[in-house]
Design a protein around this ligand. Structure first.
Ligand code: MN
Length: 201
């Protein structure tokens, strides 16, 4: 089974002016596509592993031969992270619902959450993702390097922001804090509610 690049669930300029169309086009069509291609290349002589979902591969990296383990971790992680990411982006979605209720309960207020999530994203050194996860039934913040996904350490992702420079450099250059701030205008809270409810059920 070849892994496939999922379609973007909207047009490239759907997130303007917060995330620009050119970034979306390159991020999805070049970067995500490359993770998919490199994952397929790593698995080409591994029929049993090729039949596994990328989620399952990353939960069971120890079963992946050492010679391709890093490639599966990086490119499989890249494929999983970006497949998760695209549907969580949408403009003009009200921040309400069970995930918001749980966020307020955990962090004290939505603003306090926003501040802590943003700090996690801004301070992450190099390339990686900041995640809101469910860990043992509780919300928590995680900074993960490279393309590591929280499922690799038994946590369930609810919301994630890609802070690789390829996610923001064309529009924001070195201004990662501005990108992180803008990101809060394109969070699809309906999708985040779905992830949260699935994680705690
Ligand atoms: Mn990316």
């Amino acid at each position: 089974m070849e892994h496939m690049l999922p379609n973007l669930p909207y047009v490239f300029d759907a997130l303007e002016p917060f995330i620009d169309a050119r970034t979306m086009e390159i991020h999805h069509g070049k970067h995500h596509q490359a993770y998919v291609a490199n994952l397929n290349a790593a698995l080409k002589d591994q029929p049993s592993l090729s039949a596994m979902s990328v989620d399952k591969l990353l939960r069971n990296l120890n079963e992946v031969p050492e010679s391709i383990r890093t490639a599966v971790r990086n490119h499989g992680g890249g494929h999983l992270n970006h497949s998760f990411f695209w549907p969580t982006l949408k403009k003009d979605v009200a921040a309400k619902g069970p995930a918001i209720d749980a966020i307020v309960k955990k962090f004290g207020s939505f603003e306090a959450f926003r501040e802590q999530f943003s700090t996690t994203a801004v301070k992450l050194f190099g390339s990686g993702w900041a995640w809101l996860v469910v860990d043992n039934g509780e919300l928590a913040l995680v900074a993960a390097p490279n393309q590591d996904n929280p499922i690799m350490t038994g946590k369930i992702p609810v919301l994630g922001i890609d802070v690789w420079e390829h996610a923001y450099y064309l529009l924001y250059q070195n201004r990662r804090p501005d990108y992180v701030s803008a990101f809060f205008n394109v969070i699809n809270w309906e999708k985040i509610n779905e992830h949260y409810l699935a994680a705690v059920s």
